[in-house]
Design a protein around this ligand. Structure first.
Ligand SMILES: [Zn+2]
Length: 256
């Protein structure tokens, strides 16, 4: 399921094809792919593509389209229309095909970016990150999944970041010392930057706008590896549930 690095990769690979082009229209092939009312977009200029949390934003000369990728959504440049194509964003030349096998994704129009989400993990300062953690008693894994706390992290990167920082996912956020919170901040940036450089993680069917798979799944240390040996200490990795999500961690080298 796409998270920040995958949304960033889709936005980056879409950009050279679509930025500066005019929109001819937005056509929904599956009604549930439409999230709320969408105005007539004909003639609007598509100025810029960027990530917004786990979503991909297509900024227009007025308003923006926000694409929730859900579990299996993809945005592919001029890809052929197939059985899982749910919407087409038609441009003066070419189109963006929104494919979504599981249909948890959708496209909505917004006059501006919604204010309900937390800061971007690669834009938040270390001081703000630490201050936000210090105010919360929830465990750090649950907070990482909460898009109001930070926008863009999901199960894969939350587990990888907590392993990289050697922090037990059950640790209450406000219990983290300044030193450990700083280590968590640096691990967050490092894991996300390396994942973006690798084009994201292709666990199931994630591909970028040109149909290429990411390669960061080869570098996962804990996600999807429960029962296997910790790559750092050799102890078996353990899987527990936090906020109804499977969480894999090393009970020996990730400290509470
Ligand atoms: Zn370990």
């Amino acid at each position: 399921m796409p998270e920040l690095p995958e949304a960033e990769t889709i936005a980056r690979t879409l950009a050279p094809h679509v930025e500066g082009r005019r929109v001819r229209g937005l056509r929904f092939l599956a009604p549930r792919a439409r999230r709320g009312p969408v105005p007539d977009l004909a003639g609007r200029a598509l100025l810029r593509t960027r990530r917004y949390g786990k979503q991909v934003a297509l900024e227009l000369d007025r308003g923006l389209l926000l694409v929730k990728l859900g579990m299996t959504g993809s945005l592919r440049w001029s890809a052929p229309i197939g059985p899982h194509t749910r919407a087409l964003i038609e441009l003066e030349e070419g189109w963006i095909a929104f494919d979504d096998i599981r249909q948890f994704g959708s496209i909505g129009w917004e006059p501006d970016y919604p204010r309900s989400l937390g800061p971007d993990p690669l834009e938040v300062s270390e001081a703000e990150f630490r201050a936000r953690l210090a105010r919360r008693s929830a465990c750090v894994k649950a907070l990482f999944l909460n898009q109001g706390f930070l926008r863009g992290l999901g199960n894969i990167y939350a587990d990888e970041i907590l392993f990289a920082a050697s922090i037990d996912p059950r640790t209450p956020a406000r219990r983290l010392s300044a030193e450990r919170a700083g280590r968590l901040y640096r691990a967050m940036r490092d894991v996300l930057e390396r994942a973006i450089a690798a084009g994201g993680s292709s666990i199931s069917d994630y591909v970028d706008a040109d149909g290429r798979r990411g390669t960061f799944q080869q570098f996962h240390q804990v996600y999807g590896r429960a029962g296997r040996s910790c790559p750092r200490c050799g102890h078996p990795l353990r899987r527990i549930l936090i906020a109804q999500r499977g969480t894999t961690f090393c009970p020996r080298c990730q400290r509470y």
